[in-house]
Design a protein around this ligand. Structure first.
Ligand SMILES: NC(=O)c1ccc[n+]([C@@H]2O[C@H](COP(=O)([O-])OP(=O)(O)OC[C@H]3O[C@@H](n4cnc5c(N)ncnc54)[C@H](O)[C@@H]3O)[C@@H](O)[C@H]2O)c1
Length: 408
């Protein structure tokens, strides 16, 4: 058994990759590596580039189900150019506290930033909040506001708040949150309010991806803006395609995730509380897209159809109810999807996120283990079929929108 690499992780018996990384044989006297990685063949457009032992391969939603087998070992896709950078990153010491950048300080981004700025570092894991917005006056305003967040003589350390220029963002952060938008449909707008934002928001995203590429960014790239799952997929493909061909030298798919199911779950939970359904908080979950197709169940193993339908309705229509009253929803989303979810994510706890699953981003209970991976559950058979349909619907939407440039 020959191990290569002197850092946190080591490669087993892969001289070629070790050479390309400049990793030499690991000394016998060195500490045990935290992980030993083996190469595997896979499809870099459908599967994670580096996957932990608990990851389950399989088509569609199979990885969400406990009955699917796990990999059992850390694996990486050897032939993908970006994997070299990611292995270097994985091998370096993990950040003990995080530097989080928010791009887009509107209603959602600004409110999330405010909540995170007032959360002690020991609770959030965030040492520094970096602010960026396309509108200089708005950026200045949020900087002034958040700099003044403090408690008198408090001992709790709050995150340091700083403005960053676009060119600096990806050198300065470990985690980037994309919350910018070209324009949210106003109150009174008819029909879908999320998918219509796809092209304009993808355009804004492009500028950030360009900078991420220039900085050789290997941190986490989290999407908050709508349509979340489509923009997450666009982030993956746009950063990895060159001249219409997949180059595989951009962001790893497992380092991109969407933060959006938190608010869907929050709306469902409000409904459950009102109805007195106490077990929902422990046994239920939300899956699928941050859209009117979100799936919510009261109990993932034994769902009750009537209850689940009511919970799903609450999640699907909660935003419309606020809009009908004449307001745009943003406080629930900023707090539930971002401020309460991000600290859990960074601390490796289970939370709800849209994660890479067989070529698309799909909301599910998930956890950070290098990348953001779904956590499998013992799923009811009917629920599994429902999730498979939701996954197929997201895949065909991605196809219709030709999100992958090689499909155009
Ligand atoms: N994930 C969730 O749970 C969730 C919930 C609700 C809404 N959303 C979505 O979040 C997004 C933001 O919503 P909002 O209400 O905060 O929008 P908003 O219009 O209030 O804010 C958008 C912000 O983006 C900035 N911006 C625009 N162009 C930019 C650019 N090129 N570079 C940098 N910044 C730029 C604007 O200056 C503004 O500050 C929308 O897509 C919305 O649909 C997400």
């Amino acid at each position: 058994l020959t191990l290569f690499g002197a850092g946190r992780v080591a490669l087993e018996d892969d001289v070629e990759t070790a050479d390309r990384l400049g990793w030499t044989r690991r000394r016998r006297s060195a500490d045990e590596p935290e992980a030993v990685l083996w190469p595997r063949d896979g499809d870099p457009q459908r599967e994670p580039w580096i996957a932990p032992p608990a990851w389950r391969s399989g088509r569609g939603v199979a990885p969400l189900d406990l009955s699917t087998e796990t990999l059992g070992a850390w694996r990486y896709q050897r032939g993908v150019p970006g994997v070299l950078r990611d292995l270097q990153r994985l091998s370096a010491p993990a950040p003990r506290s995080w530097r989080v950048a928010i791009g887009g300080l509107g209603r959602v981004g600004g409110t999330a930033a405010a909540a995170l700025a007032s959360m002690p570092e020991r609770r959030s894991g965030i040492a520094e909040l970096l602010l960026h917005d396309g509108d200089a006056a708005n950026l200045e305003r949020w900087h002034l506001e958040l700099q003044s967040v403090a408690g008198w003589r408090g001992t709790a350390r709050l995150p340091r708040v700083r403005r960053v220029r676009l060119e600096e963002v990806f050198h300065a952060c470990d985690v980037f949150l994309f919350a910018a938008a070209a324009g949210v449909p106003p109150v009174g707008a008819e029909g879908d309010v999320r998918y219509v934002q796809f092209e304009p928001n993808r355009e804004i995203l492009h500028a950030y991806l360009e900078q991420a590429r220039r900085s050789d960014f290997a941190g986490l790239f989290l999407i908050v803006s709508d349509p979340v799952e489509c923009l997450a997929l666009a982030a993956f493909h746009d950063s990895n395609h060159e001249k219409g061909r997949f180059a595989g030298n951009g962001l790893a798919p497992e380092r991109i995730a969407g933060l959006a199911l938190g608010v869907m779950w929050g709306r469902s939970l409000a409904c459950a509380r009102e109805a007195g359904w106490e077990t929902v908080a422990r046994r239920g979950a939300a899956y699928g897209p941050h859209s009117t197709e979100v799936v919510v169940v009261d109990d993932v193993a034994h769902p009750d159809h009537r209850r689940s339908a009511a919970l799903a309705r609450a999640a699907r229509e909660g935003n419309l109810e606020l809009r009908r009253m004449g307001f745009l929803p943003f406080v629930g989303p900023a707090l539930s999807s971002v401020a309460l979810t991000l600290p859990a994510l960074l601390q490796g706890r289970e939370m709800l996120a849209s994660v890479f699953l067989d070529g698309v981003y799909f909301g599910a209970p998930a956890r950070l283990q290098w990348g953001v991976f779904p956590t499998a559950k013992a799923l009811d058979g009917g629920l599994r079929r429902t999730l498979a349909r939701a996954h197929a619907a997201l895949s065909s939407r991605a196809h219709e929108l030709a999100i992958s440039p090689s499909e155009r």
